[in-house]
Design a binder for this molecule. Structure first.
Ligand code: SF4
Length: 242
């Protein structure tokens, strides 16, 4: 069977599509990323990240009659079947040029090429899903529920590089956070913590461990989240000493 995987609005690589790709290839299927016409495929999947893109993505059903949609931008209920969720991502799905084309922003050509190379070769995934909090503006609690562990750092490594893109919603809230940071350090990995660090979970030990691992880019803190629940901190954060 020929399978089309449509990454409608992703900014880097799409983990769910990479897992679908790995699963279908294991069944002997041929996988095509972002097919242009229905005659190339027998079935298509489309991932929509942003809800603002939902209506536009839905029009793809006119081109691909046998299409299945998913992703947070589509709905909060559709999830991968457990046997597909358990797959290691297919790190061959995205090529360097797929990533290069989608990198936006003010950036030199050299930096863009370097960034595309890093992302193409990086490992990616979650070690936990859900969250300990339930911020009203966030879809995570509704979609994934309370925080639970899903994997180990070693499961996320792409043999092509030592960079790991970590997608955990609230990494430092995991009770295994210190062990994970220790493993990152011992394996000499370079980590990209994509989501904001929840300051309220930081202990001196976690802060120290965070400072001892190599980061691909600056970690960022969830100020909005803190200010949402602790408005009085605004003065301390933005007007210290006043
Ligand atoms: S801490 Fe972050 S992931 Fe958790 S509910 Fe709040 S915004 Fe969502």
């Amino acid at each position: 069977m020929r399978i089309g995987l449509i990454d409608f609005d992703g900014k880097i690589v799409n983990l769910a599509l990479m897992k679908l790709s790995a699963w279908h290839k294991r069944q002997g299927d041929t996988v095509i990323l972002n097919p242009e016409s229905n005659c190339q495929v027998d079935k298509a999947y489309c991932s929509v990240i942003f809800s603002r893109d939902r209506d536009k993505a839905a029009r793809l059903a006119n081109i691909f009659p046998n299409i299945q949609f998913g992703g947070t931008g589509w709905d909060l209920k559709t999830v991968l079947p457990p046997e597909i969720e358990a797959m290691r991502p297919d790190y061959e799905l995205y090529t360097y040029s797929d990533i290069y084309k989608r990198l936006a922003g003010i950036i030199t050509r050299k930096k863009k090429a370097e960034k595309a190379r890093i992302i193409t070769n990086a490992g990616i995934g979650f070690t936990s899903r859900g969250c300990i909090r339930s911020c009203g503006f966030c879809v995570v609690p509704q979609k994934e529920g309370r925080l639970y562990e899903t994997g180990k750092i070693e499961d996320l490594i792409n043999p092509k590089s030592n960079v790991v893109i970590l997608l955990d919603n609230n990494f430092t809230a995991s009770r295994n956070c210190l062990d994970k940071l220790r493993e990152i350090k011992e394996r000499n990995l370079v980590i990209d913590i994509t989501q904001g660090i929840d300051l309220r979970t930081l202990t001196p030990e976690i802060a120290k461990a965070l400072s001892e691992v190599k980061h691909l880019r600056s970690i960022h803190y969830a100020w909005d989240l803190i200010l949402h629940e602790q408005p009085s901190w605004r003065e301390l954060i933005f007007f210290p000493g006043s």
